[in-house]
Ligand binder design. Structure first.
Ligand SMILES: CC(=O)SCCNC(=O)CCNC(=O)[C@H](O)C(C)(C)COP(=O)(O)OP(=O)(O)OC[C@H]1O[C@@H](n2cnc3c(N)ncnc32)[C@H](O)[C@@H]1OP(=O)(O)O
Ligand SMILES: O=C([O-])CC(=O)C(=O)O
Length: 374
């Protein structure tokens, strides 16, 4: 039996949602056939979420309808708000998010149905409610009054408004929107795979999304950006980056926000966009985080020849958007929920139970010893 540790390079399914291809030392990332750089430049998160769910870019009227539908679904049932107020304020916001998702499932009479129409309804509901859950939990734990969704604002602007309690600037809105677009999908990453494993048993969509959120929080996946921010704070000054990196590598420790299972020695196309965004925000807000990030990037390239991944420059972007460190992974989830739900639907519609084999390496054929003789 051949074992592929971590399923490295194993092609486990077919998908028409996103494509990653490495060509001549460059990476291509496309959502439904559209290049990520073009989407980053021209699109909005609502449009990208529609594209991921339905496979095509929406017409003007389709986009207007979809945007309206999301707005109508933003508010949380009072029971979910009640749940959030009962959680420990010390709970990680990602744990609160997955708990709220699970609770939403208890309120859905159609929970067990996996038909296309019903699944699309659930997906719209989750995409619309994710920002509200995150913003509400944050305000509740801080002892602040809830700021309800504002129908005059788009998805990204409304999230920042609910979080901070004031309307964000044009630059902040564009930055948040772009960040959501860049995080919306990424082929068979660990959290999407977890969602698809759950979906392959025909488990309900809430269960699949709980599996995905539970997987994203890990520091080797979406949880890395929070650790990147801890590192930026620890380094504190750009000139200290090189020594910090060198010593960390000498101790055999990993530098968070670097390395990638698929983009090995190839720049993640999202990092290119996020770095530009981080630079732009640093010019308008605090330049410190970007400058430290650049110094760390240079040092890691020099001492380990590793490239930054999507989580690296996200950290300085979020810091300049006034987002607390422990909400970083939730921001990732707000973007990724469209991709997760699209993958869950794709799995339901072309399903085969995901159940690989394991090579057994423990002791074999042992004789049972009665308790009294042990
Ligand atoms: C959204 C996302 O999920 S993006 C990834 C976010 N995660 C992180 O940023 C955490 C830090 N990065 C990592 O731990 C890894 O790069 C992963 C988990 C992302 C990918 O890991 P894998 O594909 O399994 O690569 P693997 O762990 O085999 O590493 C290959 C080599 O690079 C090294 N390496 C990989 N990433 C790092 C890192 N961040 N810091 C230091 N060394 C690293 C490994 O030590 C190993 O070196 P060696 O060959 O000298 O032993
Ligand atoms: O694809 C991966 O392994 C991790 C990643 O970059 C993502 O989920 O965005």
């Amino acid at each position: 039996m051949d074992v592929k540790d971590g399923l490295k390079d194993v092609v486990a399914t077919e998908t028409s949602i996103s494509r990653i291809e490495l060509v001549d030392g460059k990476a291509i990332l496309e959502y439904r056939g559209y290049d990520i750089h073009e989407l980053a430049q021209n699109s909005t998160y609502e449009e990208v979420a529609y594209l991921l769910l339905f496979g095509e870019l929406p017409s003007k009227s389709e986009l207007e309808l979809f945007t309206e539908e999301l707005k109508e679904r933003r508010e949380l049932p009072p029971q979910v708000v009640g749940l959030l107020t009962h959680l420990s304020p010390f709970s990680h916001p990602m744990v609160a998010l997955r708990t709220a998702v699970s609770y939403l499932g208890t309120m859905d009479r159609n929970i067990a149905y996996t038909s296309h129409e019903i699944s699309i309804e659930k997906a719209k509901n989750l995409i619309a409610k994710f920002p509200t859950i995150v913003a509400y939990f944050h305000r509740i734990r801080m002892g602040e009054k809830l700021v309800h969704p504002n129908d005059d604002l788009g998805h990204a602007a409304n999230f920042l408004y609910m979080l901070h309690g004031e309307e964000p600037t044009e630059t902040m809105v564009r930055a948040m929107d772009l960040d959501f677009i860049l995080h919306a999908d990424h082929e068979l990453n660990a959290s999407t795979f977890a969602a698809r494993v759950a979906a392959s048993t025909l488990a309900d969509m809430y269960a699949c999304v709980v599996a995905a959120t539970g997987t994203l929080i890990g520091p080797l996946h979406g949880g890395a950006s929070q650790r990147v921010m801890e590192m930026l704070r620890e380094v504190a000054l750009p000139w200290r980056a090189e020594k910090y990196v060198q010593e960390k590598l000498e101790r055999g420790e990993r530098i968070m926000g670097f390395g990638h299972r698929v983009y090995r020695n190839v720049m993640d196309p999202r990092t290119i966009e996020l770095k530009k965004l981080a630079k732009k925000l640093s010019e308008e807000k605090d330049s410190k985080w970007y400058e430290i990030s650049e110094a760390i990037e240079e040092a890691v390239r020099k001492h380990k020849n590793l490239l930054p991944n999507v989580d690296f420059y996200s950290a300085s972007v979020y810091a300049n958007l006034g987002i607390p460190d422990d909400l970083f992974v939730n921001i990732f989830a707000i973007g990724r929920i469209s991709g997760w739900t699209a993958h869950i639907i794709e799995q339901y519609e072309n399903n085969s139970l995901i159940r690989p084999r394991a090579k057994y390496v423990g002791p074999k054929s042992r004789k049972y010893v009665p308790l009294s003789e042990r």
